[in-house]
Design a binder for this molecule. Structure first.
Ligand code: BJW
Ligand code: ZN
Length: 278
């Protein structure tokens, strides 16, 4: 039988108001209304590449110029993007409830006391050779002259040549990509977590401890396909403890796995979050 999923804003507001420990897991869909692309499904292609295939150390080792163009373009987009009403609603929830913890898989946010950026930060730079060099929050755009093609602005009716797979990719020499000021030999790379890489250990331990501390009342799953580990596992763990889940996602498939009494809002998170958190 189909699970009886609740879709009532009024019911949800009561559950939220009576919830103490609340966890949120956010993904790329939260930033969709700010004009930033998601990873999977429509919008997950960059030129003719799957965005997820570029987010690996292997892709960077093989073709650092290609991967840097992708991230330089993401930096350019993120630097121009504005937070949307969904971001503001979550910030309001954090102000109201000190026992609310927000985990985001997005790299385009700003760390705060109740926000953990599981997959790192797009504007951070670190050494690909692992010498330990890190630069926080570098906002240069373009990051270097070789990556200028990723930082050009075009009118909305024109396709940026970089995004047109029929246009050749700019020819960039590896020596013209940003290099590590620490060891002088390694390439710099974005300070994000790629597939096969470990999340920040201290952050993981802190999140683990917080989850194990007590039962959850409510878990919000916002704009994420929830397929990437260990992020998605946090939701499963909270659900196993008996928490009510509430999914905010326009894709009907995002409701798979919900059980009786859970909530599903099949909408743009920028529209629905302000209504349920007001
Ligand atoms: C809207 C909307 C709107 C649209 N409003 N919603 C087999 C089993 C289990 C695990 C593994 C496995 N094989 C490999 C692994 C491990 C791997 C993994 O989980 N892979 C799975 C895919 C199977 N995980 C890792 O490698 C992690 N590390 C790790 O496990 O370390 C331990 C270890 C390492 C080595 C050896 C042994 C152990 C690291 C994962 C790092 C993920 N990195 C990326 C890139 C980050 C940098 C960057 O931004 O470029 O993170 S990949 C990409 O996916 C990015 C995202 O944060 C992440 C999640 O994607 P997200 O946010 O959910 O986006 P989408 O596009 O998938 O979904 C968007 C959703 O929004 C959709 O549902 C839309 O419908 C919706 N939406 N518009 C609301 N307006
Ligand atoms: Zn270095």
């Amino acid at each position: 039988a189909m699970a009886r999923i609740n879709t009532s804003v009024e019911d949800f507001k009561k559950v939220l108001a009576s919830s103490d420990r609340v966890l949120a897991l956010c993904g790329a869909g939260l930033s969709a209304a700010s004009g930033l692309p998601t990873f999977r499904g429509a919008g997950g292609l960059w030129r003719n590449h799957e965005a997820t295939s570029l987010a690996t150390p292997e892709a960077f080792a093989k073709d650092p110029a290609l991967v840097w163009l992708f991230y330089a373009w993401r930096r350019h987009m993120a630097l121009r993007a504005q937070p949307n009403a969904g971001h503001y609603a979550l910030a309001e929830l954090a102000r109201r409830n000190r026992n609310f913890l927000c985990l985001t898989q997005n790299v385009d946010d700003h760390p705060q006391s109740q926000l953990r950026m599981l997959h790192g930060e797009l504007l951070d730079l670190k050494c690909f050779d692992g010498c330990g060099y890190v630069e926080r929050h570098n906002t240069s755009d373009p990051l270097c002259p070789a990556l200028a093609a990723a930082a050009e602005d075009y009118p909305p009716d024109q396709t940026m040549p970089l995004l047109d797979p029929n246009q050749p990719i700019p020819d960039i020499k590896v020596e013209d990509l940003p290099h590590c000021p620490g060891c002088k030999t390694g390439l710099l790379r974005p300070g994000v977590v790629w597939f096969g890489e470990r999340l920040d250990e201290a952050m993981l331990r802190e999140v683990d401890d917080w989850i194990d501390k007590d039962k959850f009342d409510l878990v919000l799953v916002i704009g994420t396909s929830a397929v990437v580990q260990p992020a998605a596992g946090f939701v499963d763990r909270a659900a196993d403890q008996g928490a009510t889940l509430a999914v905010f996602n326009p894709d009907p498939e995002a409701a798979a796995g919900l059980v009786d009494g859970d909530y599903f809002f099949q909408e743009d998170s920028a529209k629905i979050l302000p209504l349920v958190i007001e």
